[in-house]
Design a protein around this ligand. Structure first.
Ligand code: PBG
Length: 331
């Protein structure tokens, strides 16, 4: 409980704000390079390793470029990177089979990073959209995004990622039952140590637009993702989803997007006390990076925006600002 201050002048709350030393002493939350996960877009399509126009400062990387980024993350003390493949359009099909190819781009890059920088945790995305000619996170039949068939595909995909050496699997698809199915399959296949970070409270958000450009899914997608991602109006449902995914074997949970959903972050942390992460998504990055690039806002808004996640109770944040923020934090 917050103590009610004594009447003025016994309490002058500015006393503790007078000098930097005093402010340092009573700061309630902190932000460190250790709290960041750096999402990387990778491609092996010749000529596709270019800047993403809607994300100033972010480029798709070649596999070698992704290894160099992981080395940079290690130098900056960032504990984890998260891989998002831009798949060759010729490999995108309705059955999404490239998703569980042991030698697909994401799995090759995972192996390359784990070989070059073993201390960095590699997180991978478990969702079909980068492999789906129809742009959805699930298999589609007659215009319907199928649940149970998609979960089977996600299990194959997750097992291939674990075999490639992924430390953290991030199911970002919002199908029902995928956490339990993945956890059972990982245990049975000898991957008991692999962490599942469930995108438990993922909203059907317009803030994902630049990401879909980056992975090349914007053009294919017809309609929206509202039959599987959450309604932005809902809060109780987020808590039910987190409870369900924890029961099924998730080690950590994610709220996504971040800044417009800080109330959800705070509610999840308060209700469950489990490792709670937030994703400062591509659209949030675009807003801030665009304003900073134009000189409309100062660079300080980057750390202020990330600190807000810590204040809301998040343990860590996925952010495209990770290297820039780590540099700012390390002075
Ligand atoms: C899809 C996926 C999305 C993001 C991460 N995984 C987009 C979507 O759900 O359409 C968005 C991340 C971002 O916007 O930065 N599996």
């Amino acid at each position: 409980m917050v103590h009610a201050p004594a009447p003025f002048p016994a309490a002058r709350l500015r006393r503790l704000r007078r000098t930097a030393a005093l402010r340092d002493l009573v700061r309630e939350t902190g932000l460190s390079h250790e709290d960041l996960i750096w999402p990387l877009f990778v491609t092996d399509v010749p000529g596709a390793d270019v800047p993403v126009p809607s994300m100033p400062g972010v480029s798709r990387l070649t596999p070698d470029g992704a290894v160099r980024a992981a080395e940079e993350a290690a130098r900056l003390g960032i504990p984890a990177v998260c891989l998002f493949p831009y798949t060759d359009p010729a490999l995108r099909t309705a059955d999404c089979a490239e998703a569980w190819n042991p030698d697909n781009l994401s799995n090759r890059v995972t192996r390359a990073i784990k070989a070059a920088v073993p201390g960095i945790a590699v997180m991978t995305d478990v969702a079909l959209d980068p492999y789906n000619s129809l742009g959805h996170d699930g298999l589609v039949r007659d215009g319907v995004v199928l649940n149970d068939e998609t979960v089977e595909a996600l299990v194959r995909m997750g097992l291939a990622q674990a075999a490639a050496g992924a430390d953290i699997l991030g199911p970002s698809d919002m199908m029902d039952g995928r956490i339990g199915a993945l956890r059972r399959a990982l245990e049975a296949a000898g991957h008991a140590e692999v962490v599942i970070l469930s995108y438990a409270a993922k909203y059907a958000s317009a803030f994902y637009g630049p990401f879909r450009d980056a992975v090349g899914a914007s053009g294919a997608l017809r309609g929206d993702k509202k039959t599987y991602q959450m309604d932005p109006a809902n809060r109780d449902e987020a808590l039910r989803l987190v409870a369900r995914d924890l029961d099924e074997g998730a080690d950590m949970v994610m709220v996504k997007p971040g800044m417009a959903y800080l109330d959800i972050c705070a509610a999840v942390k308060a209700a469950f006390g489990v490792p709670t992460l937030a994703y400062q998504v591509s659209g949030e990055y675009a807003m801030i990076a665009g304003a900073v690039a134009n000189g409309w806002l100062g660079e300080a808004v980057i750390l202020e925006s990330l600190l807000a996640f810590r204040r809301a109770g998040c343990d860590a944040i996925l952010t495209y600002f990770a290297p820039q923020a780590a540099r700012l934090l390390r002075g």
